[in-house]
Design a binder for this molecule. Structure first.
Ligand SMILES: Nc1ncnc2c1ncn2[C@@H]1O[C@H](COP(=O)(O)OP(=O)(O)O)[C@@H](O)[C@H]1O
Ligand SMILES: [Mg+2]
Length: 258
């Protein structure tokens, strides 16, 4: 079971978009996929057709609720949706911090530290899935940190703009700390996302990004992508002249995610 986190402490960089495209792509390849939405805004959950009143993710993480109580079937028009299970989010995800404080001694007894809770829970579903893909909220909080401790890979969508590139340093520091302490096998890939290559400044920033990091092929800012989410139709279902389809194919090929 391979565990992939999509993360960036900045919002609006295309994390949830990437998650949706990846989850559908892997399911379409015949893999059994678990999608986990850790963002209280629940955008991934609604795009996968699941709207719930109250998520029990915090209770599941601390071990009060079994996994079958929080697994939903993804709902969509295509056959591959049958390969996708979802752990859906809701506004109640915000209770996580409070619950972690209240159950601190219990957590310490079972997991040692709260950072290890996701890893512990995902061990319990190891035989049920080929891939776990985790969408995270735009901050360096418990959700992202526990996902990184559990993951093999973090995909970091980044825009080719000044503030985005500055924000990356903070995220990379966290990555390094987790790699040195809890998860030496953790890898990362930086994905230039929502790029407008007709703008000179973005081309310059993209080049700078490439000088500091090894970056993947670029995902452009495209109408295709907005249509894809609105219609709940992943870009690989689009016709071959769709630029979104071409960009994502190049990305998954480069990452060996087939
Ligand atoms: N490659 C893209 N081209 C055009 N629009 C995009 C692209 N990727 C994402 N978007 C749109 O940008 C907005 C933010 O993307 P989203 O995936 O929700 O970001 P995040 O999860 O990082 O906050 C959404 O409205 C989404 O539909
Ligand atoms: Mg999001």
């Amino acid at each position: 079971m391979k565990i992939i986190t999509i993360g960036n402490n900045k919002g609006g960089v295309g994390k949830t978009m990437q998650c949706f495209q990846l989850v559908c792509h892997l399911a379409n390849q015949g893999h059994r996929v678990l999608a986990i939405d850790l963002d209280s805004q629940a955008n991934l959950s609604s795009t996968l057709g699941v709207n719930i009143q109250r998520t029990l993710i915090p209770e599941w993480l601390i071990g009060d609720v079994k996994v079958d109580e929080i697994l939903s079937d993804a709902q969509g028009d295509y056959d591959f949706y049958k390969n996708i299970k979802l752990i859906a989010s809701s506004r109640h995800m915000a209770n996580l911090a409070k619950l972690l404080i209240l159950s601190e001694s219990e957590v310490r007894k079972n997991a040692g530290r709260k950072e290890r809770l996701m890893k512990l829970r995902l061990k319990e579903v190891e035989d049920m899935f080929d891939y776990v893909v985790i969408d995270t909220p735009p901050m360096l909080g418990d959700e992202l940190i526990m996902s990184l401790v559990a993951s093999n890979l973090i995909l970091i969508p980044t825009q080719a703009q000044d503030y985005s590139i500055d924000g990356l340093e903070e995220l990379m520091d966290t990555f390094e700390i987790i790699k040195e302490t809890e998860n030496p096998a953790l890898e990362f890939s930086i994905i230039p996302s929502m790029v407008n290559p007709r703008r000179k400044i973005e081309r310059i920033r993209l080049e700078e990004l490439g000088q500091s990091f090894n970056v993947t092929p670029t995902i452009r800012n495209l109408v295709d992508m907005q249509e894809s989410v609105a219609l709940k139709k992943p870009v690989f279902m689009f016709t071959n002249n769709s630029k979104g389809k071409q960009d994502y194919k190049a990305l998954w090929d480069s990452l060996g995610l087939n």
